[in-house]
Design a protein around this ligand. Structure first.
Ligand SMILES: [Zn+2]
Length: 308
């Protein structure tokens, strides 16, 4: 009875209710401040990935691993959006830089693909960015554990160090973001990758989607469970954005690069601003992290036979 009475009264208030509803819907949107988030996505630390069979187009499971990678990245995108991100840039940062299935992403997401890029894996970060998220990251070549543990190039580098400290890709990239005053707020990957970043830069939310058993083995979550954990950790991080600090390495920054082979060190030392520090190692002193990043991208990309 009471219900019926309410329904009868509704038409009288329809205009007023409509007006109120429009306020409720429009006011928060109008008040929403721009909030840009950069999501850098690698593949070795994606849920389920353990070997080269998932990591390169020649692997029997690469196509499926692209789905997992896209799933982990989308979980972060959706959670960031739900937590208030108004602009999202996703940097596809593994292998050929063309792994993510871009048709699966929402229309308002920008995706950075292929190489080279002056800011490498965090291309797209700038001083208007509020936060950086790492998805699918792996441990460094200096770590005694971690699925596919390497730094920048498993074929070329035995160690990458900044100011004398061997660093994983996550820390190198955090320092690039720090140059722009932007904090890293969340990382997903195996336990070695997550622990390495947290140990180096302090407070970062971590989603451990697998536990490393060896270089090519892990105890992994299913993609569904991994994505749920990523969603949860991104939300937790976005909910306390103000509590994260940018990781800042003030310039000049000493970049020490140890090659696995002899000749790259010999040739790089022909450049007047590069110093040979040992048979396999060189040093470059960069004025800041942007210059350090450009140097590393050059070393990894340049060859005289580049075409076109
Ligand atoms: Zn990778």
């Amino acid at each position: 009875m009471f219900l019926n009475k309410e329904i009868e009264m509704q038409p009288r208030y329809r205009a007023l209710l409509g007006l109120l509803a429009s306020f409720v819907l429009i006011t928060p949107a109008a008040a929403q401040r721009p909030l840009k988030v950069l999501i850098s996505v690698d593949m070795e630390g994606i849920t389920g990935v353990v070997s080269s069979e998932q990591l390169a187009p020649s692997g029997f499971e690469y196509d499926r691993a692209r789905e997992w990678m896209t799933g982990d990245a989308l979980a972060a995108v959706q959670a960031a959006k739900e937590a208030g991100a108004t602009e999202i840039v996703v940097a596809d940062s593994h292998g050929n830089g063309q792994n993510l299935l871009i048709n699966r992403f929402p229309a308002d997401v920008t995706i950075i693909r292929s190489w080279p890029r002056p800011l490498m894996m965090v291309q797209g970060v700038d001083s208007t960015t509020a936060a950086v998220i790492f998805i699918g990251y792996h441990a460094s070549t200096s770590n005694v554990e971690g699925v596919r543990a390497h730094t920048m190039s498993s074929a070329s580098y035995a160690e990458v160090a900044l100011n004398g400290m061997p660093v994983p890709e996550s820390v190198f990239n955090a320092a690039i973001a720090g140059h722009f005053g932007v904090p890293v707020i969340m990382i997903s990957g195996d336990n070695a990758a997550v622990g390495e970043l947290q140990k180096a830069i302090g407070d970062v939310e971590g989603a451990i989607v697998k536990r490393a058993i060896s270089f090519h083995s892990a105890a992994t979550m299913t993609p569904e469970a991994g994505q749920a954990l990523i969603r949860q950790k991104v939300k937790a991080a976005m909910g306390r954005l103000g509590s994260f600090k940018p990781y800042i390495l003030k310039g000049p920054v000493r970049v020490d690069l140890t090659f696995k082979n002899y000749r790259p060190a010999e040739m790089m030392a022909y450049l007047p601003n590069v110093q040979r520090t040992s048979s396999h190692a060189i040093r470059f002193v960069a004025k800041d992290m942007v210059e350090a990043s450009r140097f590393l991208e050059f070393v990894g990309t340049y060859e005289a036979g580049l075409t076109p």
